[in-house]
Design a protein around this ligand. Structure first.
Ligand code: ARG
Length: 462
């Protein structure tokens, strides 16, 4: 071994790596984010090695103290990360060696970087699941507050982005609360499944040392050790599940972002965004742009891209470890960073957004949005079959449209000329407010139903 060779594994090497080899091989540029979890894993491993008599108590004590020193050097920015040492695992071990000497060399007994990195990343992703769920809860609270304020504000409900039937603002906000609940459940579910410990799988086949895998699993808050050592070092399902669940969250936020972009346009004016979450134009003084919403929408591409990226890395890998797996980290880091950012930005936007009940109501009242209510009235009060009621209503809409009126502005004579069973009472269902108040079926848009849901969610989220 020459001085050039890697001091951690260079025993059989005469020369050091080419500079390009270092560049493609080193992960320290990004995996330093695993430092804290790497040290937690090493502390648990060292304690187990001592408890099982594999290393002496005094060596374990030196290792423990050394690792804590390394951690504080990293926390205070004093640690010097070196690309020549490839990755976070060897950077830490090398510094440990400088600090405590010979006992440092015993830490890697009955362990490999393969089970080490799998453990570190699981711990890291597990934390991100918790953080994402907390971010989702905060956003749900903001949406419930909006829903409470506007439980009976009438707005157009859309299909095909064409005004369809009136709904309430509160109902619309609560739709996102429901979606986000499924998102939180997916993350919690993934977290439960990932909570098994790879440590002790070693390179791929386990070890001949009498290790205690239950002890390390327990110390790191895992439910149990992983049952198959090959699977333990080769698996990245946990990262894929996190990315897939994140992509669904991002897609939901993107739909809301799209609505905010539409609603805040001068053509709609349903909502105005706060100064804190909009920007001006450097050339057009009248502009107030929903940049935060647009960027939330755009980050979906990035998060889904990370999921697709890692799926593609994984699809052809024979068991067990291949260096391809090193490419998992940047996908996960980037997606997690983006996810936390879009959750926080969306919470801020929703909290600050003010809807204009008059503009919502005016839009809800135009566009013949109560046509279905009229048809339903003809079924209920005049005994028409729904198909005939639909036809009669269609003729009334055509009549109103020809005269540039809304349905409620037609005279009784005009209406009875289309069907003689129509009476003045029909006007009760023609207003948008009446329409939403009548939709009291479970899950419907009536303000009383929305208030029930708001109360239920306030309770759940408190
Ligand atoms: N930096 C590596 C990774 O992220 C650690 C594992 C290295 N294992 C190996 N057999 N070279 O995957």
């Amino acid at each position: 071994m020459t001085d050039d060779a890697n001091k951690m594994w260079g025993g059989r090497f005469d020369a050091g790596p080419d500079a390009i080899m270092d560049a493609i091989n080193a992960s320290i540029g990004f995996d330093q984010r695993l430092a804290r979890h790497d040290i937690e894993g090493s502390l648990a491993h060292a304690a187990m090695l001592a408890a099982t008599g594999i290393v002496t108590d005094s060596d374990a004590k030196a290792i423990r103290e050394g690792l804590l020193t390394v951690l504080s050097e990293i926390d205070t920015g004093k640690f010097r990360f070196q690309a020549a040492l490839e990755d976070i695992h060897m950077n830490i071990e090398s510094r440990l060696h400088e600090l405590i000497g010979a006992p440092a060399g015993r830490l890697h007994t009955a362990r490999s970087r393969n089970d080490q990195v799998a453990t570190d990343l699981r711990l890291w992703v597990r934390d991100q699941c918790d953080a994402a769920i907390a971010g989702i809860r905060a956003l749900q609270r903001a949406l419930v507050d909006q829903a409470e304020a506007g439980a009976d504000w009438v707005m157009p409900g859309f299909t095909h982005l064409q005004a369809a039937q009136p709904v309430t603002w509160g109902h619309h906000m609560m739709a996102y609360v429901e979606m986000l609940e499924r998102d939180a459940a997916r993350l919690a579910d993934a977290r439960t499944r990932m909570n098994e410990c790879p440590l002790g799988a070693c390179a791929l086949a386990g070890t001949s040392f009498p290790i205690d895998r239950d002890a390390t699993a327990r110390a790191l808050g895992f439910d149990r050790p992983m049952a198959n050592s090959l699977d333990a070092v080769a698996d990245r399902d946990f990262a894929l599940e996190f990315l897939a669940a994140s992509a669904i969250v991002a897609m939901h936020l993107s739909r809301l972002a799209e609505e905010i972009v539409i609603w805040s346009s001068a053509q709609f004016r349903f909502v105005s965004l706060s100064d804190r979450f909009s920007t001006g134009s450097s050339i057009m003084p009248q502009k107030r742009n929903p940049d935060a919403a647009e960027l939330v929408r755009a980050k979906t591409g990035r998060i889904l891209g990370s999921a697709v990226g890692l799926f593609t890395v994984m699809k052809g890998l024979a068991l067990a470890y291949s260096k391809d797996l090193q490419e998992d980290k940047e996908q996960v880091f980037d997606a997690a960073d983006s996810l936390m950012l879009v959750l926080a930005a969306m919470e801020g936007m929703v909290r600050d957004m003010s809807a204009d009940p008059d503009a919502l109501n005016a839009a809800a009242s135009s566009g013949f949005s109560t046509s279905t209510d009229l048809a339903d009235w003809l079924v209920r009060e005049a005994g028409l079959p729904f198909r005939e009621a639909h036809h009669v209503t269609g003729r009334l809409v055509a009549m109103a449209e020809a005269e540039n009126k809304d349905l409620q502005d037609l005279t009784l004579e005009q209406m009875t000329s289309v069907h003689d069973a129509i009476t003045e009472e029909v006007r009760d269902v023609l207003g948008a407010g009446n329409s939403v108040r009548s939709r009291t079926s479970y899950g419907g848009t009536a303000p009383e139903r929305v208030r029930e849901q708001v109360a239920l969610w306030q309770e759940r989220l408190s």
